[in-house]
Design a protein around this ligand. Structure first.
Ligand code: SAM
Length: 229
């Protein structure tokens, strides 16, 4: 399951994607993450990738050529969908993440061992005021937002996407972890999770609800269902 991330700040990804569950998923070959520096595709001096907006206004816009060329190059390795992270896009939800993971699984099954390319996702991170609209028209399949607020760049959205889609791939979470009863899952009727408790039984005078010690699975399930939000 392959993710190709296009960015002008490739080092941002060094820490997050190389820890814990995502690191284990990569070493088990369940996912592959490839980071591409968009500046490599700039023919301008100093590897410039931005310019002033036509029509005036504050800030800079990412120029189309390096983005287009970077995507064309990556498309030879990954035949999957091109997603541009943007506050204008549809907001990412757990149900959408499930759909993307399903798409990855189906595409992986279609892939024959002879083919060198994969069908994963190509993830485009914007910066500045965003990217030239013609890149969206020509090569972007989908615009995706991670929430109704504005970040400085698409790198955190790309990491969010890789994280929430990867953890739904069978085998990525260990035996002790599961996504099946998470907030917004089908099992929880797409609601927010019930409260969770662990030791100690009393903390700062606050007690864990008695029903959780009853050993009665029906009562516990009923209590949990009542406390979904
Ligand atoms: N001028 C743009 C606007 O008003 O919609 C905001 C550009 S933002 C400062 C720079 C980049 O950050 C965007 O191109 C996008 O890739 C990323 N970004 C910022 N907020 C985002 C969000 N909520 N979801 C996804 N990507 C976001």
């Amino acid at each position: 399951m392959r993710f190709d991330i296009l960015t002008i700040f490739p080092k941002i990804f060094d820490s997050y994607l190389d820890q814990s569950i995502l690191k284990r998923a990569q070493s088990k070959n369940l996912i592959e993450i490839h980071i591409h520096d968009i500046r490599t595709y700039s023919k301008q001096s100093h590897k410039k990738v931005d310019d002033i907006p036509y029509g005036g206004g504050a800030g800079m816009v990412m120029t189309p050529e390096p983005l287009y060329n970077a995507i064309q190059f990556v498309k030879k390795l990954n035949k999957g969908r091109v997603i541009y992270f943007s506050p204008r896009g549809d907001v990412l939800t757990q149900q959408k993440a499930e759909k993307y993971t399903q798409e990855l699984i189906e595409n992986a099954q279609k892939k024959t061992s002879k083919k060198k390319s994969s069908h994963g996702f190509i993830l485009l991170c914007g910066r500045y005021e965003g990217i030239d609209e013609r890149v969206i028209d020509l090569v972007v399949d989908e615009e995706l937002s991670i929430g109704k607020y504005v970040l400085t760049g698409g790198e955190i959205p790309a990491m969010t996407f890789v994280d929430c889609v990867s953890r739904l791939i069978p085998g990525v979470l260990g035996k002790e972890e599961s996504h099946l009863n998470d907030s917004f899952s089908k099992a929880l009727k797409r609601k927010k999770e019930y409260p969770q408790y662990t030791r100690p039984r009393i903390f700062k005078n606050k007690k864990v609800p008695d029903v959780l010690f009853s050993g009665n699975h029906k009562d516990i399930e009923q209590w949990r269902n009542q406390h979904l939000k």
